[in-house]
Write a protein that binds this ligand. Structure first.
Ligand SMILES: [Zn+2]
Length: 162
């Protein structure tokens, strides 16, 4: 097998596995918004998208936009198996968002040596082969990019942002 796509060419992601339950998430990302479901009964924010609330089993929910700000909870550097659609190492990351939602994503625009637990990050969006859909990824927070709606309690250490 000969791959003709080099790592530098791999600027778009494959189309996500869109279902009726998660389409809102990918379409919002395509509009530059990071969103999550909020339970209509107990208010719990949840991700990934699910039919019902894991806390109270309510089936009703709305969708709210998140700040996109958080910090690295954990990460792993993936070197294999190689796909021409990704840049290596792929940084798989768990991000704790300010709103209390934990998401699995990729960390980009970062030297792997600079990654640490607690690193302040912010969402960015990378295109897919479907122009209406995008993939939320995270990058180190600049500290000046957004002044936004910090809701406290996250304990992020902005002083280390570059
Ligand atoms: Zn609930």
């Amino acid at each position: 097998m000969v791959d003709t796509i080099t790592a530098m060419d791999a600027l778009t992601h494959p189309v996500p596995a869109v279902t009726e339950d998660n389409a809102f998430f990918w379409r919002a990302a395509g509009q530059g918004r990071l969103v999550a479901q909020r339970c209509a009964a107990c208010g719990l924010l949840r991700h990934p998208p699910a039919v019902g609330c894991p806390a109270c089993h309510c089936l009703d929910h709305d969708v709210v936009e998140l700040s996109g700000r958080g910090q690295v909870y954990s990460y792993a550097l993936l070197h294999h198996p190689r796909s021409p659609r990704f840049r290596y190492p792929v940084v798989a990351v768990l991000v704790d968002l300010e709103e209390g939602v934990r998401v699995v994503s990729n960390l980009v625009d970062v030297d792997p040596a600079d990654i640490r637990v607690g690193l302040p990050v912010e969402v960015a969006f990378e295109p897919t082969d479907d122009e209406e859909l995008a993939v939320p990824v995270f990058r180190p927070r600049t500290g000046t990019a957004r002044t936004g709606t910090a809701r406290g309690g996250a304990g992020a250490t902005d002083g280390d942002a570059r």
